[in-house]
Ligand binder design. Sequence first.
Ligand SMILES: N[C@@H](CCC(=O)N[C@@H](CS)C(=O)NCC(=O)O)C(=O)O
Length: 214
Amino acid sequence: MKLYHEVRGCSLAVDIVARELGIDLDLEWVDMASKRLQDGSDYHLVNSKGTVPTLELPNGDRISEGTVIMQYLADLSPERRLLPPHGSIKRLRVLEWMSFVGADLHKGGFMPLFKANTPPEYREIARQYLGRHLTWLDGQLADRTVLVGEDFTIADAHCYTIAMWTAAHDISTEAWPNLTRYLKQIGSRPSVQDAERAAYEQGQARLAATAPGG
Ligand SMILES: N[C@@H](CCC(=O)N[C@@H](CS)C(=O)NCC(=O)O)C(=O)O
């Protein structure tokens, strides 16, 4: 299977999930600034929304939306317990977290901070919105090491990926000690470190290619 991925993108969560499951994804890097693949072709021909992640299945079908891709992968190996069984309350808890992370942290909180043309007044509103939701998340993490039950799930891969954008925006997590501990602990998993290394190396390769004389 092929994952269309971006260096600092939310697609990292999909790579983490695949590594947790022992699925060897073929990583195809997308330059989101130009929406081009490495061969120069237009990424919109792969995903007409122009967003990552996209997962391409062996039969050529393509799935978009990270939360759906992660559910698909986790359901391939239910014994790995990255997503509890259909019909269980725990599965709904995981999906609640996926929705919170995708809607409130990613789109509501971080997205306006990533956009260069966000007006300063709205940037401040987004920071406050994000701060309020990270404060709530920190409270939820007071007595937990993972978001649901005892096992690492797709919700942890998703939450870690998005909450780590605090670093990209120089937002210190000091005020949220439970979140700080959680990020450190999830970040120490081999799957996370391997996925982050792959993204870092791609970022370095891109920098080298665009450097004068590169
Ligand atoms: N709803 C999509 C959104 C994904 C998304 O926003 N991806 C970002 C990267 S983290 C992206 O592709 N942004 C480029 C754009 O919106 O043009 C999902 O959850 O997969």
